[in-house]
Design a protein around this ligand. Structure first.
Ligand SMILES: Nc1ncnc2c1ncn2[C@@H]1O[C@H](COP(=O)(O)OP(=O)(O)OP(=O)(O)O)[C@@H](O)[C@H]1O
Ligand SMILES: [Mg+2]
Length: 263
């Protein structure tokens, strides 16, 4: 099911500010994602997860390095030079859905397609198709207020996949959802990645190790670089209950012995 390399990031760096205020957020990120792969990105708050997604999504220019998405290479170009990346290659899912309040589900999805130049009739057909795919075939004409949070996020997912974009970037997509709706979104992501006919690739930021464990693979953004990870090491659990606590214990034993408080 997993095909060719879809997204590849090499030596990507990004700093904010200058002089003594310079903050080097990304220090040489190397990572890649295959077609049909769902990858969870974790890391402490402020470690640069959103920054990395923004550069991959063509919303922010990196300082050095390259990004290759399919045939397209970019990374250091400003947002105005990667319009095609935003229009054709990358779909976005945000924590707070970003739907237009007064438009029905089908119009929310169709409008995004029209903005990227698709004729109305074609856009509406593609929107219906995408909403069927996310299980909202019976909610096409509901406005966001008439939908649950999980359903609203599914409209946003329909919008992101409707244009047949090969890569979906999701920044804490389940942050505003209850546990059950979050799980539904994960199941949907998985189905989209593992689709036999048209598998897409998803890079998803989450703080929830339980949700991350749904992904095919997990990456940890740590000190400006990504590393392969599993849930335990991402949360420092391995350090805690093995090496560190063991050496702490030894130190305590040594102190007690030095203090001469023998029984
Ligand atoms: N436009 C900006 N100007 C200056 N500093 C910025 C800018 N954008 C982000 N930063 C800084 O870069 C660092 C990384 O931010 P980023 O939003 O990528 O973190 P994050 O990993 O997504 O965190 P969280 O988990 O809290 O969403 C932070 O210290 C942030 O303050
Ligand atoms: Mg963030």
């Amino acid at each position: 099911m997993k095909g060719a390399e879809m997204l590849s990031v090499e030596g990507l760096t990004k700093a904010f500010g200058s002089g003594s205020n310079k903050l080097q957020v990304l220090k040489g990120v190397d990572m890649n994602i295959k077609q049909g792969e769902m990858v969870a990105l974790m890391g402490p708050s402020g470690s640069g997860k959103s920054t990395l997604l923004n550069i991959i999504g063509g919303l922010l220019a990196g300082d050095s390095g390259t990004i290759t998405l399919g045939e397209r290479s970019y990374g250091l170009r400003g947002p105005s030079n990667v319009v095609d990346v935003r229009r054709e290659l990358v779909g976005w899912i945000f924590q707070d859905f970003h739907l237009l309040d007064n438009l029905t589900a089908v119009d929310n999805v169709a409008m995004a397609l029209e903005l990227s130049g698709m004729p109305s009739a074609e856009a509406e057909a593609a929107a219906r198709n995408a909403l069927e795919k996310v299980g909202l075939g019976d909610r096409m004409h509901f406005i966001p207020d008439q939908l649950s949070g999980g359903q609203q996020q599914r409209v946003a997912i329909a919008r992101a996949i409707a244009g047949n974009r090969p890569v979906l970037l999701a920044d804490e997509p389940t942050g505003n959802l209850d546990i059950a709706s979050g799980k539904e979104v994960m199941a949907l992501f998985k189905a989209l990645c593992h689709d036999e006919e048209n598998p897409i690739s998803i890079l998803m930021v989450t703080h929830d190790p339980d949700l991350a464990s749904n992904a095919d693979r997990m990456l940890l953004l740590n000190d400006g670089r990504t590393e392969a990870s599993d849930i335990r090491s991402a949360w420092g659990l391995d350090d805690e209950d093995e090496t560190e606590s063991a050496s702490d214990d030894l130190e305590q034993v040594a102190e007690t012995t030095d203090g001469g408080e023998e029984e």
